[in-house]
Design a protein around this ligand. Structure first.
Ligand code: BDR
Ligand code: CA
Length: 313
């Protein structure tokens, strides 16, 4: 039985690959809805990009709900320097035939969780956690109905990618991160410590190009743009693929390893805003609140991605 999932996302090049991967794995995940959030680019673009990507994957039956247009308490910090003006730098998609829905994404999350059997829906978070934090504030009854939250978020040994201390999704809305970390929900985190091991290299791009499918071509188009990639990423062997780890973990949990630890987030310090204080060695005595995955099998991860993208149109 596939797991029912809601994808909450700010596409975003790596978000785009994550969405395609989910569509390509119906045996593992059933996508109930995609909820857009403001993040890498403003909300109107993330919602339109999500709809266009579903169309690319041949799944216009899946609705897109636009969620929050800004973080809980702070102005939005976008990341066009990584993802381009459109959010999908290098990829030109036609305007989606099915527009995003009128219902707000936060209301859609609440409605869907109430409609499905308790404990059967997993939330896949690929951007700032604003929508889910809002949904929990608006409707606390949904908390026990959530099977699990899997979120690309945080950094410990790698330091940050948007500041020296913070990973982008946590930095952008640290108050929302604090809500999730204190929620008691079953929470799995895919931090930079993990995703920086998963590099799109020239060889891996060539393997994807050889697949010839529209989904693989789209991935290649977005990740060939090494020029649009920040200096710190050009210094590596390739470009890290962050968000698809969330979906890959649901398809094959043996790809990644880690342990249950306590994770807190810094919300007050101007220098360390959004830093995840991840107690890997258990020195604080604070109770574990997240599964922190920081070990990866990169070749198996990319083999999975290739196999699945080969299945799409
Ligand atoms: C995260 O930030 C975004 O730019 C990416 O889409 C990913 O979700 C990586 O820090
Ligand atoms: Ca993202």
């Amino acid at each position: 039985m596939p797991r029912k999932i809601i994808i909450d996302t700010d596409p975003g090049k790596d978000d785009a690959v994550a969405i395609l991967l989910a569509l390509a794995a119906p045996e593992a995940v059933e996508v109930l809805a995609v909820v857009a959030v403001a993040g890498n680019v403003p909300l109107a673009r993330t919602a339109a990009n999500a709809a266009a990507l579903l169309e690319l994957g041949g799944r216009t039956d899946i609705p897109v709900y636009p969620g929050c247009a800004a973080p809980l308490t702070r102005p939005l910090v976008t990341a066009e320097h990584v993802h381009g003006e459109t959010g999908l730098n290098g990829l030109e998609l036609p305007p989606p035939a099915r527009a995003p829905e009128a219902e707000h994404g936060v209301d859609a999350i609440i409605r869907l969780l109430r409609a499905e059997a308790p404990g059967t829906v997993t939330l896949c978070l690929l951007g700032p956690a604003t929508n889910l934090a809002m949904a929990l504030a608006k409707a606390p009854d949904i908390a026990p109905r959530i099977a699990e939250v899997v979120w690309m978020a945080g950094a410990r040994s790698e330091g940050g990618n948007v500041t020296p201390a913070a990973e982008y999704n946590v930095y952008t809305d640290p108050e929302a991160a604090a809500v999730l970390l204190a929620s008691g929900l079953k929470l799995t985190l895919m931090p930079l410590d993990l995703t920086h091991q998963l590099l799109v290299t020239r060889e891996r791009l060539a393997a994807l190009r050889a697949l010839g499918t529209a989904a693989a071509r789209a991935t290649v188009a977005m990740f060939s743009e090494i020029d649009g990639t920040p200096q710190r990423e050009r210094e590596r062997e390739g470009i890290p693929l962050h968000d698809p780890t969330v979906i890959a973990h649901l398809i094959d949990p043996t790809l990644f390893g880690g342990r249950q630890i306590n994770v807190e987030v810094e919300t007050a310090s101007p220098f360390a805003r959004g830093m995840t204080v991840a107690d890997w060695y258990g020195v604080t005595g604070r109770p574990a609140n997240a599964l922190w995955l920081n070990a990866a099998a990169p070749d198996r991860f990319f083999a999975l991605l290739e196999q699945r993208l080969a299945r799409l149109p």
